[in-house]
Write a protein that binds this ligand. Sequence first.
Ligand SMILES: [Zn+2]
Length: 455
Amino acid sequence: MLDLDNIQLAIQGDSYHCPIKGEIEFNPNGLILVDHAGDIIATYRQDDLQYIQVLAQLQHANKLQVLNKGQYLLPGLVDLHCHASQWPQAGKGLDLPLYDWLQNYTFPLENRYQDNQLATAVYQDVSQRLLANGTTSAVYFASIYRQSTELLAKACLSIGQRAFVGKINMDNPEQCPDYYREASVADAIEDTELFIHNVQSLHGNQAGLVKPVITPRFVPSCSHELLKALGGLVQQHDLHMQTHCSESDWARDYSKQHYNMTDIELYAETGLLNHKSILAHSIFLTQSDITTIKQVDAGIAHCPLSNMFFANAAMPARELLNQDIHIGLGSDIAGAPTPSIFRSAFDAVSHSRVREEGVSIYLSAEQRGIANSRISFNEALWMATNGGGKVLKEKIGIFAPSFHFDAIVVEAKVQVGNLRIWPEFDSPQDVIEKIIALAQPENVSKVWVQGKQVI
Ligand SMILES: [Zn+2]
């Protein structure tokens, strides 16, 4: 017998998820039961023995939410890399090289976040836009300003988005503008410790829906002393750490010239690297770096569209997936302009196809690309959901008992938008490929985070 008192929410409908990398599991008319804490108690397939009995009990108790045909339940999407403060910059200056883009657009904008009113307006908007696109979990960079970064954590908590929020640390006078850097290592650490405490003790955050993240911007913007002190905080508080890693030729060469190390070697040496590290980009990794990432169980945020503008090269996603490195996806707002992880998934596929086929018409077809380097739509959806959960070490990204119920309904039959499903032509696999390729916010009709409906 079901303990009906224990059930907060029960949904019957067509669902998809990716428990195994590269495979889609379609569950027509499946049942998902969620408890009052927002965690999944049980899932049933139509052909399970108890299905009919459980369904009857839920119907009798009037506890069932039934999805219509043409509505598809998916795990909520995970954005592993988003600069919330750069949201007003999305779509601007993408012709510039990274250094000029940062100096001309990004640093002057981030410096505006001393203004808490501006911060509240931008941060509420970015959290809501990501949710509207189906992103139930987001990992955010904010700015160096603690107070307004706490407002980002507050905004996510009140809107109901699972969030990992970082107050940026940067102090290197050679690389950071005078007007936008932390005054000293001691100030940076004191402020960051206060930030950690304040986010963890936010009213309503007892379950830890919003978590603080240690956030050294990237190697060039931080002194070695600051990296080391932040590594101490990571160890002391068992926190997530996010940073940019080997993103471009320039970033890779900077670490080589200044430390005679790779970024990964430096993050390991300073105590920053562990199983909760979220390494954005990670394009120029050595084989030894990959081995280290695997050993410590760290994860990578793959941001394919941003890579096309700023990375100087293409991410070897195929090779990393083959080595079972945890990889999820990032929008990298505003290094890329689109706040959609469906779009990142689509870009990850097309990006890998360009790698495989190559680009130069002056080479023969055999010499042009890198054989067997494509990734599939199913692998892209795995990264957007389950892979992101594995990077974060959170129970999100699949529908399974004890996992948090973070989910979205994608709906094909809406007037506005381009997603069209033709039941006479489209198999379950076709449907999921179309969702990745065509779903827009208009198609995301419901969103739950930790069992609570937020859209
Ligand atoms: Zn970034």
